[in-house]
Write a protein that binds this ligand. Structure first.
Ligand SMILES: Nc1ncnc2c1ncn2[C@@H]1O[C@H](COP(=O)(O)OP(=O)(O)OP(=O)(O)O)[C@@H](O)[C@H]1O
Length: 698
């Protein structure tokens, strides 16, 4: 791959692919006319006041600088995280910023207090020996301490990186080592235990701060959050301000480790400009309001080590003066709905799996309710869906019924979910199924999809109240561009990105960084997409998941997997296997109840799965009963379902020839799913290597 780090004086010309750009400042989006065939706009000569000059669009060094992608479609002066916070402080200083539950009561701090605490944290990090461009790693559930540590780390000239709480000690070690972590901020004893196991192999680690539990043992370099915040007392404001003032927008301040669905995690380096520009422009385009218009309130619960949550909750919260309420650590085990009901957020973001879980809960509740309730719900939802799919073209009487159904039934469900005041429901980070989309449309909840990657500082394409089309991820954010390359006859091509969302490079991975960009500096996503005539993007597949059989046929696995799941409602996960193999085979897992404490899949089949068994004449209630006996009724039904999918296959190569039911559903703790519930195919292949071999034994 050519070196994209060259000076970008030459402007790219793309003869085959038109590019689509986002709208401007006011958050408006382009119409059909802006699907243009022109080249990229000229990069401005100026990189913004105070920006260190840099020649290259990428770097793989923590202390590296990049040339910012400022051009006439996004001319705004680049700023640092501290400058962004200072601007917000002037406007929103007295507003509440962060709210967390302590002893059953919400405790709140204002933006002024938030800023002061972040400075205190910054001084304490310096006192503990945080070196420039070394990392502060945060390992814990969302909380004010998480935010204050993150902002403090950046103020102190460090780089903040989140670590998933589900990571093993070795996975924590990988990140801490790669990012030269100087200080680790951990939530509780459980996370501390992991660090204690690896500390002696982390030569840069100087101290650990514990922010929830009390100190379990005396260790010279172990502090509680209270102790920590006092450590920097003798660091002067001038010392900190010197460091803050020396920061440049084109330097790194955040590291997001990809969750490794395609291999080893990579540390995506985000610059101050990536963070501040994306915070300013993406959420506004999706309809989020600045606090001077309406203070948005949101609930923070998705892992902050993932780019989507970190941008949405933390950095955008600072930019627009949002009030962030922290959920309980068991949010995803069920308590989230209670928090939502209390907070009544004005906007809510979930990954598709979160929305699916809400859907499954509602379906189960409906299945257990009486005949009349069930009928009322399905009547109201069918009217809601019809209106949302067909618009309000129906008769006056029908419209009246639709409004009545919303008032009598649907509004109550939305209220029970905590969405009475919620004006924007976002979904992103993974594909959303039509079933989920339609289910929520039936409830009169429109899910606005966003699409992007860690490498685009989260969202690059957005939907919102002013830009929406079903099944689409919307349009590029204002000032951003995308193009499709290597298009097939149906218009599907690889999605490539350009704009100030585009990251700096992968830390310590020069080769992977070069591979990510083409010679003109476009970032290649590894995703397939299609554009409609109005410039709306539809993500249609992942090249990075493409299976190439031994015969050289390209097989996208997701459509086959989705078809199997649609045919067989007992199936939870389906995974096609066949890379470099003579034919395709498939792993299946069955829908099973989750352990309420750990969220791990149990052996007990879900209500829906048991219903499937009963209808097929099987008495099974557990996964193990089906697998151990190769339950004839169920195995027969699965084979029939697969036969139906095979009959609709594009050609013989796309047919599933062998399959197996695995004894346990995929899960994050099992390692088969990433934190946004995306399938980690390589891990599954490794974990079930014997089963794979058994498919292909002669
Ligand atoms: N709205 C969406 N629809 C479909 N796919 C999406 C959407 N949003 C994100 N994705 C998928 O998620 C990918 C980005 O994921 P992310 O940057 O979070 O990396 P990851 O999954 O954590 O790890 P890895 O890079 O190792 O796969 C995109 O390239 C795309 O495949």
């Amino acid at each position: 791959m050519p070196n994209s780090g060259e000076t970008l004086t030459k402007q790219p010309q793309d003869e085959n692919a038109g590019s689509v750009s986002g709208g401007h400042e006011n958050g408006s989006f382009p119409d059909a006319q802006s699907v243009c065939r022109d080249s990229l706009p000229r990069l401005e000569e100026t990189q913004g006041e105070g920006t260190e000059p840099a020649e290259s669009l990428w770097t793989s060094l923590a202390d590296g600088r990049v040339r910012l992608r400022i051009d006439n479609s996004c001319p705004q002066t680049p700023i640092t995280v501290h400058q962004m916070f200072k601007e917000s402080l002037e406007k929103y200083g007295s507003l509440n910023a962060l709210a967390s539950k302590k002893n059953g009561k919400w405790e709140k701090i204002t933006f002024s207090e938030y800023y002061c605490l972040s400075r205190k944290a910054a001084k304490s990090f310096l006192k503990l020996g945080l070196e420039r461009f070394h990392s502060v790693a945060i390992l814990g559930f969302n909380s004010p301490e998480w935010f204050i540590s993150a902002v403090g780390a950046v103020f102190a000239g460090g780089i903040v990186t989140g670590i998933y709480t589900t990571n093993s000690p070795e996975a924590c070690h990988y990140i801490a080592h790669d990012s030269k972590t100087n200080i680790m901020v951990v939530e509780n004893q459980k996370q501390l235990d992991k660090i204690m196991q690896i500390w002696d192999r982390l030569p840069h680690l100087k101290a650990v701060v514990l922010y929830k539990d009390s100190l379990p043992e005396t260790h010279p370099n172990l502090y509680t959050m209270e102790e920590f915040l006092e450590l920097g007392r003798d660091i002067s404001d001038a010392t900190l301000d010197d460091i803050i003032n020396s920061q440049k927008p084109n330097q790194c301040c955040v590291l997001i480790y990809t969750s490794g669905t395609t291999g080893k995690p990579k540390g995506a380096m985000l610059s101050h400009d990536n963070v501040t520009w994306t915070s300013a422009h993406c959420s506004r385009a999706a309809g989020m309001q600045p606090a001077e218009v309406q203070q948005e309130s949101i609930v923070s619960y998705l892992p902050l080590s993932h780019v989507a949550a970190q941008m949405y909750d933390l950095w955008t919260g600072i930019k627009w003066g949002e009030q962030v309420y922290f959920a309980e650590p068991d949010a995803l085990k069920g308590s989230l709905i209670n928090t939502l009901k209390e907070v009544q957020p004005t906007a809510h973001m979930g990954v598709p799996r979160v929305w699916e879980k809400i859907m499954e809960k509602l379906k189960d509740a409906s299945a257990q309710s009486g005949f009349v309730k069930k009928k009322m719900l399905s009547w109201a939802m069918s009217l809601g869906l019809e209106r949302n799919l067909n618009g309000s073209s129906s008769s006056d009487l029908k419209q009246l019924w639709t409004r009545l159904a919303d008032y009598l039934v649907l509004a109550k469900i939305r209220s029970a979910l905590g969405f009475s005041c919620c004006q924007k429901h976002f979904c992103g980070a993974a594909p959303l199924t039509t079933e989920t989309l339609y289910f929520f449309l039936g409830l009169n909840i429109t899910l606005y999809e966003a699409y992007g990657m860690s490498e685009t500082t989260g969202p690059h394409c957005l939907s919102g109240p002013f830009i929406y089309r079903q099944h689409s991820c919307g349009k590029p954010a204002p000032g951003c561009r995308l193009k499709l390359v290597d298009k097939d006859t149906e218009g599907n091509g690889e999605i490539c990105f350009w704009g100030r969302t585009v990251f700096m490079g992968y830390l310590n991975m020069e080769d992977r960084t070069k591979e990510a960009f083409d010679e003109e500096g476009w970032l290649h996503s590894g995703d397939l997409g299609k554009l409609d005539k109005d410039g709306f993007l539809y993500v249609t597949g992942r090249i990075k998941d493409l299976i190439i059989t031994a015969g050289g046929e390209n097989v996208p696995p997701i459509p086959i997997e989705d078809a199997v799941k649609k045919e067989l409602p007992i199936v939870s996960n389906a995974m096609v296997i066949g890379d470099k193999k003579k034919f395709l085979s498939m792993f299946l897992t069955l829908k099973s109840e989750l352990d309420p404490d750990t969220s791990d899949p149990t052996d007990i089949l879900t209500e829906q799965a048991r219903d499937f068994c009963q209808k097929r004449g099987s008495k099974a209630t557990k996964v193990s009963e089906i697998v151990a006996t190769r339950d004839r009724a169920i195995y027969g039904a699965i084979q029939e379902g697969i036969n139906r999918v095979n009959r609709n296959a594009t050609n013989r190569v796309h047919c599933i020839q062998k399959w197996i039911v695995l004894p346990r559903d995929f899960s994050i703790s099992g390692g088969e799913l990433g934190p946004t519930m995306k399938l980690k195919r390589l891990t599954v292949l490794e974990k079930y290597r014997n089963e794979v071999d058994s498919f292909y034994e002669e």
